[in-house]
Design a protein around this ligand. Structure first.
Ligand code: AMP
Ligand code: ZN
Ligand code: FE
Ligand code: FE
Length: 280
């Protein structure tokens, strides 16, 4: 069993890179990919621990990208660097995106303050390390009593439709795909169930469109997918001749129902042969 979708404390997971590697060893995973949001910092820190443990660990990333012009929604795009490290161009592009996120965070903290919430950017950064995001703002809002739960913090303040929402520069999904492919990576659409399409025909059209733009794989196996979803995405991957990826989307205590390797109530098992296909 392997897991190709995991997060560390370098984005919004609760396991440090070292703890994630230990958890993967404990779960007897045969391989792991770390796919923190918009950063390689977690993978870079985990690598020596994985090497010491003899666990094959792969460099991945989960990029937030904009679908549609004007932007309809954010879609998550996975990039895997199984065979080679990303190009320097990709790294500097990523640094630009990270700067855009930091700028958004500063504006978001200011907006929250203007709404009477005592949330300072220094506190957010202390929680979020190399990649503070809205989940960290939510945590602070809860701990300071401005909301009773993470969900309430999003509903009241942080959601796209809520009072404190501020825009941030996001690459288009087309650009994300192109950047990953050009950098020597494998691009895969994360948890396609969250594309939010009304019906299956619409969903297939969108996936076909993305494949036209260069998308190389579909995340067929994911904690949010039912057995029917898996079957549907597998059929689409076969029909359009793209590859298949899968993983739990492990976030530790930040998504307590999702287990490393096995997902939500054992709803996934990703076999090592899937990785062998990807490595070919
Ligand atoms: P960011 O990349 O900083 O804008 O934060 C995006 C993350 O916030 C997503 O990956 C989700 O984990 C979380 N998130 C976004 N919208 C919501 C929502 N309405 N409810 C709960 N969590 C959300
Ligand atoms: Zn996440
Ligand atoms: Fe995601
Ligand atoms: Fe994820």
């Amino acid at each position: 069993m392997i897991d190709l979708h995991t997060h560390t404390t370098e984005s919004d997971g609760s396991f440090s890179p070292a703890e994630l590697i230990q958890a993967a060893v404990d779960a007897k995973l045969e391989a792991l990919a770390i796919t923190d949001h918009d950063t390689f910092a977690g993978y870079d820190k985990a690598r020596p621990f994985a090497e010491a443990a003899g666990l094959p660990a792969y460099r991945g990333i989960e990029l937030s990208t904009a679908l549609g012009t004007p932007r309809e929604r954010t879609v998550h795009l996975l990039g895997y660097f199984f065979k080679q490290d990303p190009s320097p161009e990709f790294i500097s592009w990523l640094q630009h995106m990270q700067a855009a996120r930091r700028d958004r965070n500063v504006r978001l903290a200011a907006k929250l303050q203007s709404l009477g919430c005592d949330v300072r950017i220094e506190e957010v950064n202390a929680l979020g390390r190399s990649l503070a995001g809205r989940p960290h703002f939510a945590k602070l809002l809860v701990s300071k009593g401005y909301a009773n739960s993470t969900q309430e913090a999003f509903d009241k303040y942080l959601d796209e439709s809520a009072v404190a929402y501020v825009e941030r520069e996001e690459p288009t999904v087309e650009e994300g795909i192109r950047r990953i492919n050009e950098a020597g990576g494998l691009s895969s659409i994360a948890h396609p169930i969250r594309l939010g399409k009304r019906d299956h025909a619409d969903e297939e059209r969108l996936l076909a469109d993305l494949i036209d733009q260069g998308l190389q794989a579909i995340e067929v196996y994911h904690s949010d997918h039912t057995a029917d979803d898996q079957a549907r995405y597998l059929a689409i991957a076969r029909k359009y001749g793209v590859r298949v990826t899968g993983g739990s989307d492990f976030h530790g205590a930040n998504k307590p129902n999702v287990r490393l390797g096995t997902g939500y109530q054992n709803n996934i098992t990703v076999s090592k042969s899937l990785l062998e296909d990807l490595l070919q």
